[in-house]
Design a protein around this ligand. Structure first.
Ligand SMILES: [Zn+2]
Length: 462
């Protein structure tokens, strides 16, 4: 039984998909105006762990991630680069660069990229226009000189749950009817928000035409509502994920915009916590905004060490990133690789550990506990082939490339084989000086040799 913490009910709930064995999973993807920092990548890894856990439980998952290529920030940066004549084609070229960089990054940290259906906002502007027009028709949106806005008061009258994701009494004492044009604002500035923003001078030539809506472009929040609507054919999305910073206004507004069209919009809302750097929020002004390549270059790490680090904390806990913690994650991952390199071909796994692992991940993706099960199994008395069988199974969720690494470690160069045979002969002849010399030669080739009562065990150093 898989239990997930639902932000909407603030409870740990047993997960039940709307359709038997089929899950619709939606993840708020990156805004491609710049390179994604490691906090954004933590969110992506969290969504990937969820996807893999659903699969592990035998569920078929349709996973959709939007790409925000139309918003205040992408347009601003495109006009900076292309100047006052910047147009929609320039916006696409500009955002391509950061979308491609994002895809490169998530490949490096082993996201199940082939299973993700990416949908770019640039490709669905017509559907967005159509959706906004439906909201106007139903009386939930109204036109002004600078665009089309969502009417929170009207929504509240008919649904009574605006802001439920933030808290039950969110609207108590709040003044309604004020308007906000920008995509991002805080709870203190609760306002009717823009669905369609009339073209302004700062937008250069980045705009779309529509007889009813006028010249303009979609607001940020409506994009995700429409992409869910398209991807899941106007039926309830089972699970919607994102970072905690998206609860308000983004997800709150997504719910409000969609429910006049179909309800419920989403059954389970899951939110990942922030990543802090040395105890502080990442900010350009502090110079602590890191991207994946910064990590790889500075410590010369395997990018999967970053994934391992993310696994060491629960997704609903803040994770404090430090260089020491990253180095420790790299060491742990290397030790794991070294251990499995000594294991023989996988056979039958270890049922009790498999049970413990399943319980850990099915308890709201408790990855720290799941990793503890991994190390308990490695320290256990089970034979290597049994340990490996279970570890490869666990790796379907963990995504640390254990199979590839183990396979590669089994390729022993011919020169090494000769040294190993020579050392066995020296030991048999009790020529300990020679056997010791040969051990050093073996170690210099990147292997560790451990003598057993009968024979030896060879491990590859990582
Ligand atoms: Zn979104």
């Amino acid at each position: 039984m898989l239990k997930l913490y639902n932000s909407l009910t603030r409870k740990l709930e047993e997960f039940q998909p709307t359709k038997k064995n089929q899950v619709g999973l939606y993840t708020c993807g990156p805004t491609v105006y710049n390179y994604q920092h490691i906090g954004n990548l933590r969110s992506s890894i969290f969504a990937d762990l969820l996807f893999r856990t659903l699969n592990y439980n035998g569920l078929k998952v349709k996973w959709v991630m939007n790409i925000t290529d139309i918003d205040d920030k992408t347009i601003k940066n495109t006009t900076i680069e292309y100047g006052p004549q910047a147009n929609v084609a320039n916006l696409r070229t500009f955002t391509d660069r950061y979308l491609n960089a994002f895809k490169e990054d998530i490949k490096k940290i082993n996201l199940s990229i082939k299973s993700v259906k990416f949908i770019r906002v640039l490709d669905v502007v017509d559907e967005i226009k159509h959706f906004i027009k439906s909201l106007i028709k139903k009386g939930y949106a109204y036109k002004t000189a600078d665009g089309v806005y969502f009417n929170i008061e009207k929504y509240q009258q008919n649904f009574g749950d605006y802001g439920k994701l933030v808290g039950e009494n969110f609207l108590k004492g709040q003044k309604l009817g004020v308007r906000v044009r920008v995509d991002e604002y805080d709870k203190e500035n609760l306002s009717d928000f823009a669905l369609w923003k009339a073209k302004e001078e700062d937008d250069a030539n980045i705009f779309w035409e529509n007889a009813e809506l006028g010249r303009g472009r979609p607001g940020w929040h409506i994009e995700c509502s429409v992409i869910n609507y398209i991807a899941f054919k106007s039926s309830t999305t089972d699970i919607h994920t994102g970072g905690v910073d998206l609860i308000f206004p983004h997800h709150t507004n997504e719910i409000a915009q969609t429910q006049p069209i179909y309800k419920p919009f989403v059954n389970y809302w899951l939110h990942g916590e922030h990543l802090l750097v040395a105890g502080e929020k990442m900010a350009k002004s502090k110079g602590n905004v890191y991207v994946l390549d910064d990590l790889i270059k500075k410590l010369n790490i395997n990018p999967l060490a970053f994934r391992y680090l993310i696994l060491t904390s629960h997704y609903r806990s803040k994770l404090n990133f430090t260089w020491e913690s990253l180095q420790a994650a790299q060491n742990a991952l290397n030790n794991l690789y070294t251990e499995i390199s000594a294991y023989e071909k996988p056979k039958i796994g270890c049922a009790e550990y498999e049970q413990n692992f399943l319980e850990a991940i099915n308890n709201d993706l408790d990855t720290p506990k799941a990793l503890a099960v991994v190390w308990d199994l490695i320290r256990s008395d089970y034979p290597g082939h049994a340990k490996l069988q279970s570890l490869l199974k666990f790796d379907k969720v963990l995504g640390l490339k254990l199979r590839e690494t183990w396979k590669a470690s089994q390729k022993i160069p011919a020169t090494l084989k000769k040294l190993l045979t020579a050392r066995e002969q020296a030991r048999a002849a009790k020529d300990f000086q020679k056997s010791d010399d040969l051990r050093h030669q073996i170690e210099s080739q990147g292997f560790i040799i451990e003598d057993l009562s009968h024979g030896y065990r060879l491990k590859k150093k990582f």
